[in-house]
Design a protein. Structure first.
Length: 353
């Protein structure tokens, strides 16, 4: 990517790293993720103007309490330690190659993939894409550190044990998603939803139901198919919770973007965690019945339809809409299925700007 465009992202990171990863009590700071997506899709010229508005709601970066050391397990999942985790990971990614840091910490963090409603892994996925596409510089490395730190501080395991054996289930992803049970009360937040999963009849069977890829050669295409299915389903089920169901597609896509830099022994658990995250978000937020077809937007058409769909998301302005459009255009590029872009348009209708 051109150096001036990369510089825009670095400047955005510098501004955002002075702010905390959350605001308003528990809402995730989407600024780094949305800025990276806009730069990636050719909208670097409006990033700072968008941040001028978005950053009004953010809070200052919190103070630390003490260094993370060999007893790091005690700080895992403690949001009060997010500044400590950030300092720790900033050292880690500068004292060794960032891929080595990721290789060490990915399997430690992966069981808590739903941390902060999957925003930890999503922020890491955007940071990895930026490092791969733009090259390594101090601000890009710092963003990876911030993403890993947020994931560690909000680390939260799902109840049950995700399937890891390739032959354990007998359903393809689409069929397995169709069979996901719903929690009784979908009105609460992610924490309440996860607590209900522990008591949900059929939840362990749901985790074990999907047929995972049988070999490493099938992992990338299988995970891409899961992302595709989640994006398509948003079109018909997004009305259940327009914001939260965005992450059923963006979370596995973050893992898909990260897989190429991970050792292959980490691929199988990554796929299992992806399935667990999508199934959990579906159980917690998706309605039982799809929307009526008459309510759904038609798929956009035209020679530059993907670019125009992303531009529409940017004009809308909401950070979730921008992130979802980023994933939806990936899906469209891979499948040619206009439902992916219709889902992105649906997000502009369901989510307030």
């Amino acid at each position: 990517m051109a150096s001036d465009v990369t510089g825009t992202l670095d400047e955005a990171y510098q501004r955002l790293h002075a702010t905390g990863p959350e605001f308003g009590g528990y809402l995730s700071n989407h600024g780094p993720m949305a800025a990276e997506a806009m730069v990636r899709h050719g909208h670097a010229d409006i990033v700072h103007r968008w941040l001028d508005g978005y950053m009004r709601r953010l809070e200052d970066f919190p103070r630390g309490t003490g260094p993370i050391g060999s007893s790091w397990q005690e700080a895992l999942g403690d949001p009060r330690r997010v500044a400590d985790w950030t300092a720790y990971f900033r050292r880690e990614v500068t004292e060794q190659p960032w891929r080595e840091t990721l290789t060490i910490w990915w399997p430690r963090l992966l069981p808590g993939v739903v941390a902060a409603a999957t925003h930890g892994v999503i922020r890491v996925g955007h940071a990895v894409r930026a490092l791969n596409d733009d090259g390594e510089d101090a601000d890009h490395l710092a963003e990876l550190a911030h993403g890993l730190a947020y994931w560690a501080a909000r680390w939260q395991p799902l109840p049950g044990t995700p399937a890891t054996e390739p032959s354990r289930g007998d359903r393809e992803a689409a069929g397995a998603l169709d069979a996901v049970p719903r929690i009784a009360d979908q009105s609460g937040g992610i924490g309440d939803g996860i607590r209900q999963l522990a008591e949900l009849p059929g939840w362990p069977a749901t985790l074990a139901s999907v047929r995972l890829p049988a070999s490493d050669d099938q992992v990338m295409s299988w995970l891409a198919g899961l992302v595709d299915e989640a994006a398509f389903r948003y079109l018909r089920y997004g009305h259940g919770e327009g914001i939260m169901l965005v992450h059923s597609a963006t979370a596995p896509n973050a893992i898909l973007r990260t897989l190429p830099v991970l050792d292959r022994h980490l691929w199988a658990p990554s796929v299992a965690a992806s399935w667990a995250a999508v199934a959990a978000l579906t159980a917690i937020y998706a309605p039982a019945a799809p929307a009526d077809d008459a309510e759904l937007p038609e798929a956009p058409t035209g020679p530059q339809v993907a670019d125009e769909t992303f531009a529409r998301a940017v004009a809308h302005g909401d950070e979730h809409v921008i992130k979802f459009a980023d994933t939806a255009t990936d899906v469209y590029a891979r499948t040619g299925n206009g439902d992916a872009l219709a889902a992105a348009v649906r997000a502009t209708e369901l989510i307030s700007s």
